[in-house]
Structures are given as C-alpha cells and as structure tokens.
Write a protein that binds this ligand. Sequence first.
Ligand SMILES: [Mg+2]
Length: 165
Amino acid sequence: MKFYKPTLRLRRFTEVTASLLHKMGVRGVITDLDDTLAARNCLEPDEEVKSWLKNLTAAGLRVCIVSNNNEKRVADFAKPLGIPFFHRAAKPSKKCIFKALDLLEIKREEAVLLGDQLFTDMATANRCKIKSILVDPVGTYGGWFVQFKRKMEIPLRKKIPYSAL
Ligand SMILES: [Mg+2]
C-alpha cells in the first residue's frame, strides 16, 4: 500500500456518520482541523460541525482533534465543542496520534484518522497502522507550504477513487 493512500475517500466530513464508523469497527475519530472541519480562516466551529459532532458522540463515538497548528487556533476551535485536542502535532509524526489513542482509551484498530492532506494526515495514519478517511479540503487559504503540498498532491489524488457509501 502506498504511504499516502486512505482507507476511504469521501468529499466532506459530514459523510463520516456514526453508522459508517460502526460498520468500519471504529470507536474513536482522530480528526485534523484545518481544511478538514473548517477553512483555516474560520476561527470557530459552525452549526454543521457542532451537529456532526453531536451525532457522533450521541452514538458513543469519541472524537479528538490532532492538528499541526498552534495552540490558540486549535483551542479556540475545540473548546466550544468540548472535545480534547493536541496542537503542534508535527504530523506525520506518530507521537500525538498515540497520545490521542491513549486519551480516547481505544486501540489502534478502533481508530480512524480523518484529514484532508495526503502527506501529513494519510501518511500519519499509515505510519501508525490505523484506518483513515481522506476528504477534499474545504478551504483554499493556506501558507506557501500548504499550497506546495497541495500542488504535489494533485496527480496522486487523481488516482484515488471516491468510496461508494
Ligand atoms: Mg488539514
């Protein structure tokens, strides 16, 4: 398996439902923040994120944010949602993913990593040997490094088909 290949490819985080996760044998979601749940310049969770999260937690799923962004950005977004988070995770480093598994009290087979980037998110999941779901980035804003990685990803993303639900 290629290091950047996801288990599933969907268009948006809202397609990641409790019933899908149960079918996958997942009990906990480790999610990226920027361009996965919200655009980078969107500082607070919107109603869509809130209701998505509510549905998952009501179904007994545990959710944690693992982001490479700074503490203020991640805390401002995660705190209104009442979910734990790790900032400056340095994905594709495995460190914060294992911390998140411990925090959520789940095994790696019971986890899925949700994210929008191949070389950070999907690569991290594969390095940790956990399931992954790739979504399309929701925002277009980003620094030069994000733009660079997006460009590099274009030919690879074309080879990854969307999963049928
Ligand atoms: Mg991202």
